[in-house]
Design a protein. Structure first.
Length: 117
């Protein structure tokens, strides 16, 4: 594999991160669980190696703390996105995105097949 090629797992991680809406976040472990492979450390490795081209600040630790890199820029970007915060941590109860719907809530289907948000 050349230095320019991104492994499939890394591309899948970046695709998920790229789809996180403004004001929402996912924890490293959330992304691994959503993909059904890897774990928080593997997602973190992908983000540290290839995450500069996506909304990296929307990936946080399980306790809501943002990535400590970039001299605190993550906090500024999260606040600019309108992400619900509790001090210097993301309010995960209100900001966690499940990957299923833009609102962060899982969509339900009626018996007719219509989606209920």
């Amino acid at each position: 594999m050349s230095a320019r090629e991104i492994p499939l797992f890394a591309q899948r991680v970046l695709d998920v991160v790229d789809s996180i809406p403004r004001g929402k976040v996912m924890a490293y472990g959330d992304i691994a669980e959503f993909l059904g492979e890897g774990g928080p450390r593997q997602v973190g490795r992908v983000m540290s190696t290839w995450g500069g081209g996506v909304a990296w600040h929307r990936v946080v630790h399980a306790d809501g703390t943002p990535a400590p890199c970039h001299d605190g820029q993550a906090l500024l970007l999260l606040r600019k996105d309108g992400t619900p915060m509790r001090g210097d941590r993301v309010d995960l109860k209100n900001a966690r995105w499940d990957g299923a719907s833009p609102s962060g809530r899982r969509s339900r289907r009626r018996a007719t097949g219509d989606v209920i948000e």
